[in-house]
Design a protein around this ligand. Structure first.
Ligand code: ADP
Length: 256
């Protein structure tokens, strides 16, 4: 589905990530983890086509990303940035309607198919009940679900999410991660950067651990997020605790 081959990424010739060789398979939730500044956002930017690699190639369904027009790309892939600011006073439905733009001619009215897709996106994200409310009147958790609905209205095969749970309360974090899992069960491929390792452990199929300009390890989260590797990369002592079958990463506080 997504393949990175010998990719180097950076800004103005200064490399941030090198030797990237990653394959993401259809229908998986693929997590990106690593310390602040390790390049998670940079990698998502490159896969969304907004940052051209310094070297190497990125393939989406066997086609090079650079061969796709912006419109073609928007039909295949939807990307949500970390902090979306929204100063206009649109209703939720009006926002989600924008997701149909890659499928319509400019100024063309919404077709019945467009309306169906929009309603479906609202249903899947549990935002239908407040679809006539103004976006500004919603809580951060509700608003995050609206952005995901907007992305789903694009009918993408791949969804890129940059720290979708940042600034959300625990209950909203769980809600968003459960939503992501249910979307993957409907064959959507999800790439998600997460700073919370416990969410990565619980909700991803595989993770890539980024550190010092490279992908240090890729695999199932239980295999990659070991106490030893976390300590090495995050420079924090942790313990992995088994609580009724689920694993939890718990920081160990140093003695005072
Ligand atoms: P993460 O998402 O893991 O916190 P980022 O991808 O945001 O990491 O950043 C990786 C590195 O790239 C950092 O050193 C950061 O300063 C640098 N960087 C990010 N965006 C830009 C940019 N637009 N211009 C120059 N350097 C950038």
């Amino acid at each position: 589905m997504i393949r990175l081959q010998d990719v180097q990424l950076g800004y103005d010739g200064c490399l941030v990530l090198r030797d990237l060789n990653i394959e993401v398979v259809p229908g998986e939730v693929f997590g990106l983890v690593g310390p602040n500044g390790s390049g998670k956002t940079t990698l998502l930017r490159a896969i969304s086509g907004r940052l051209a690699p310094e070297a190497g190639a990125i393939y989406l369904d066997c086609r090079r990303l650079t061969e796709l027009s912006p419109r073609e790309l928007a039909r295949e892939l939807a990307a949500l940035e970390q902090e979306i600011s929204c100063s206009f006073d649109f209703t939720v439905r009006e926002i989600v309607e924008l997701g149909r733009l890659p499928h319509r001619e400019r100024w063309q009215r919404l077709s019945s198919k467009d309306s169906e897709v929009i309603t479906r996106a609202l249903e899947l994200t549990h935002t239908l009940e407040f679809s006539e409310r103004k976006i500004q009147s919603l809580s951060s958790g509700e608003r995050q679900r609206v952005w995901i609905a907007l992305a789903l209205a694009q009918e993408p095969k791949v969804l890129l999410l940059d720290e979708p749970t940042a600034h959300l309360d625990l209950n909203y974090q769980i809600e968003i991660m459960e939503l992501i899992r249910s979307l993957a069960q409907r064959d959507l491929t999800v790439l998600v950067s997460l700073h919370d390792l416990n969410l990565a452990l619980r909700y991803t199929d595989r993770v890539a651990l980024l550190s010092e300009g490279r992908v240090l390890a890729v695999g199932e989260p239980e295999r990659i997020l070991t106490a030893e590797l976390i300590e090495r990369v995050f420079r924090t002592k942790v313990r992995i605790v088994n609580g009724t079958g689920d694993l939890y990463i718990v920081p160990v506080r140093s003695q005072r």
